[in-house]
Design a protein around this ligand. Structure first.
Ligand code: MF3
Ligand code: CO
Length: 255
């Protein structure tokens, strides 16, 4: 079942996702060579608490794994998603780091991610970041009532292929609301004109994850890595489908 959000619920989704955007914006300022992912996680926790919210990730459990321990996923270079925070994980010049933030407030979830450059990065990595974000932008352009999930998936896959990158296997976006992961599954590959139709009041998290060298992944506990240790980027927005076009909820707003 795909849930439809009422006007009141949409307001709550806006608030949870605004907090996600605030965390991402604040953490971006801290991303420099020498900082640990532990500090980034701690700062995220402070902002979430200041906003009377809770982490959407900490304590989350799935498939027999021990509950996730962190409030953000901090995934460096060949880590695709769900990277751990640690005092020993210090950012170095030339790294790329995906920060993924989940928040729950008033029973509704927000979810968003960005990949940032640490200092000066290679041209290849710059291109990887640019193209992965472009795929997300193009995917959001497909978020029109009566389009289908496959329209979103197809444009993500096409953007990766056209630019010589690989969609990470087995990792997808998702519906979001009272649960972090709701239906529909938002695949990062697929065919136009297939899958569930988009309707007003639907909220989905779209999250392209592109790799430089291979689509194959390796898993260790929570963490997904590229199989060939090439770098990977991840951008995610929670998006509301409505009559006058998509609204990106993982935004700060005007105030
Ligand atoms: N944005 C990711 C997702 O939707 C992050 C989940 S992290 C977890 O799967 F810890 F909550 F699993
Ligand atoms: Co997500």
């Amino acid at each position: 079942m795909i849930s439809i959000k009422s006007k009141a619920e949409i307001e709550l989704m806006r608030e949870s996702n605004r907090i996600v955007a605030e965390v991402l914006e604040q953490l971006e300022k801290m991303i420099k060579p020498g900082i640990s992912t532990w500090k980034l996680n701690k700062k995220a926790e402070e902002i979430i608490v200041e906003n009377s919210a809770e982490s959407g990730f900490k304590g989350y459990s799935t498939d027999g794994l021990t509950p996730y321990k962190f409030s953000i996923c901090a995934s460096i270079n060949d880590e695709i998603v769900h990277g751990y925070s640690s005092k020993e994980k210090i950012l170095r010049d030339g790294d790329i780091i995906s920060i993924d933030v989940g928040v729950i407030k008033n029973n509704f979830y927000g979810d968003g991610a960005r990949t940032f450059a640490v200092g000066t990065i290679s041209e290849e990595n710059r291109n990887l970041l640019r193209i992965t974000e472009l795929a997300l932008i193009k995917a959001i352009e497909q978020c029109i009532i009566n389009n289908r999930i496959g329209d979103i998936s197809a444009v993500i896959e096409k953007t990766a292929k056209e630019n010589g990158f690989y969609v990470a296997d087995g990792l997808t976006g998702h519906g979001i609301g009272r649960e972090l992961h709701e239906l529909p599954i938002v695949y990062n590959f697929g065919k136009k004109g297939t899958g569930p139709r988009l309707f007003e009041g639907m909220t989905i998290a779209i999250e392209p994850m592109f790799n430089i060298g291979t689509s194959k992944v390796r898993e260790k506990e929570w963490v997904f890595y590229t199989a060939d240790n090439s770098c990977s980027a991840h951008f995610e927005n929670t998006v509301l489908i409505q009559k006058d076009g998509p609204e990106i909820l993982t935004k700060r707003g005007v105030t």
